[in-house]
Design a binder for this molecule. Structure first.
Ligand code: RIB
Ligand code: CA
Length: 308
């Protein structure tokens, strides 16, 4: 039986590719997609989600969630993803409409309807997930796993210490990481191992489909900020590590550890403080990815994009 999941996202180039990977994978039953503020405003993350569904020719329910963090001032990543959030490809206008139910309500309703069956896959700020956990605390023990893109065991990308998704709503992240729900965390320490190099992008170009062309265009734009800031050979495919893990967990090496979110004002605000060596003796509340098989990842992504 297909694994039930809900993706909570803020497309965003890598969120979009993560959606395309999930939508092409029959092993997964995507109950719905919830949208959150993040890379760009909620109005655009919802529109972008609908555009990707139109491109993929798939009909999945989409729900709007939080348009700002729980407490801190909003931040965005327009510097990376452009004003629209999906600069690069010309995407079709959506024919699907947003559902009226709010994201947190949909998450609560789904987990109660399918107890112990629904894996949550957040790839943006964790505001919607935190709101769902607060709206109905009964759901925490009924969520088998959360596979999260966020944080890092080493350094940040939007501050020296903090990764964007966590920094965009550290209070929500603290609620999620202290919820007791089993977490698999994909942080920058591992997603920066998964780079869409020119040789890898060429293989998508050779596919020749509309979807593959859009993926190439997304990657061509997404790489600009990675070449400029990191001198990387290509953009890091952060978010697709989550769905790739669900499809082929053997692509990643994980380590159990305690992860806490730094909420104190100052240079470490929003850091995922990862006790890699277990020095605190605190509960190991997350399995954190530390290694990725990048070739295997792109082999999987290419095969699935090739299905469109
Ligand atoms: O730091 C990378 C994360 O922030 C990714 O999820 C990207 O889409 C942005 O949301
Ligand atoms: Ca994202």
């Amino acid at each position: 039986m297909a694994q039930k999941i809900i993706i909570d996202n803020d497309p965003g180039h890598d969120d979009a590719i993560n959606l395309l990977l999930a939508l092409a994978s029959g092993e997964l039953e995507l109950l719905g997609i919830t949208c959150v503020h993040g890379n760009v405003g909620l109005d655009r993350t919802t529109l972008n989600t609908l555009k990707i569904l139109e491109l993929a020719g798939k009909n999945v329910s989409v729900y709007a969630g939080a348009d700002r963090p729980l407490l801190r001032d909003p931040i965005n990543a327009e510097s990376v993803h452009g004003k629209s959030g999906l600069e690069g490809p010309v995407l079709p206008n959506p024919t699907l409409a947003l559902k009226s139910q709010r994201a947190a309500e949909f998450i609560v309703q789904s987990v109660l309807e399918y107890p112990n069956e629904v894996i949550l896959v957040p790839t943006g700020p964790l505001t919607n997930i935190a709101l769902a956990l607060r709206l109905e605390p009964k759901i925490a023990p009924l969520i088998p796993q959360m596979v999260i893109m966020g944080g890092s065991t080493d350094f940040g990308n939007f501050s020296p210490a903090a990764e964007f998704n966590i920094l965009a709503d550290p209070h929500a992240a603290s609620i999620v990481f202290s919820s007791g729900v089993p977490i698999v965390m994909f942080g920058l320490n591992v997603t920066h191992q998964v780079l869409a190099t020119p040789a890898r992008v060429d293989k998508f170009r050779q596919l020749g489909s509309k979807v593959a062309e859009a993926v190439v265009s997304l990657l061509e734009f997404f790489k600009l900020s990675y070449e400029k800031r990191y001198q990387f050979a290509g953009p890091a495919l952060h978010d697709p590590c989550t769905v790739a893990y669900l499809l082929r967990p053997e692509l990643f090496k994980l380590r159990e550890m305690n992860v806490e979110i730094e909420l104190g004002a100052g240079p470490s605000f929003g850091q995922t403080v990862c006790d890699v060596w277990g020095v605190t003796g605190k509960v190991k509340n997350a399995r954190v990815a530390i290694e990725a098989d990048a070739d295997g990842f792109f082999e999987l992504l290419l095969e699935r994009v090739g299905r469109y």
